[in-house]
Design a protein around this ligand. Structure first.
Ligand SMILES: [Zn+2]
Length: 113
């Protein structure tokens, strides 16, 4: 059963160096509200969410096209209980806008194997 519409993985140099991607659904640990569908490119815990790996919803996906500034860009928050789940950051090694995910404040569900 497909939970979300069929999506194409975002393919680029980052993906090739990290291996098989997985689509995950992220929700708020506090109130269980759906947050986003995210493409995770490598194994291990989710420490960062790169903006260019967000698949859904559209307003979040579109943030990758906005000017990104870690002090002024909007945080990643739960639309229901307003918990701040991720804070803007630039992953220096790749100069890539991301959210630093706050441990314990979100839940992950794998959508595809
Ligand atoms: Zn919440």
């Amino acid at each position: 059963m497909h939970i979300v519409k069929t999506v194409e993985f975002k393919m680029d140099a980052y993906l090739r160096c990290r291996g098989t991607p997985a689509l995950i659904s992220i929700s708020c640990a506090h109130c269980d509200k759906y947050l986003m569908v995210y493409q995770k490119d490598g194994p291990g815990p989710l420490l960062r969410c790169y903006l260019d790996r967000i698949h859904h919803p559209e307003p979040l996906e579109n943030r990758q096209h906005d000017l990104f500034d870690k002090r002024h860009s909007p945080v990643l928050e739960c639309s229901h209980c307003k918990a701040v789940i991720g804070v803007p950051m630039i992953y220096k090694k790749e100069n890539r806008p991301a959210y630093r995910m706050r441990k314990g404040l979100f839940k992950i569900k794998r959508l595809y194997k």
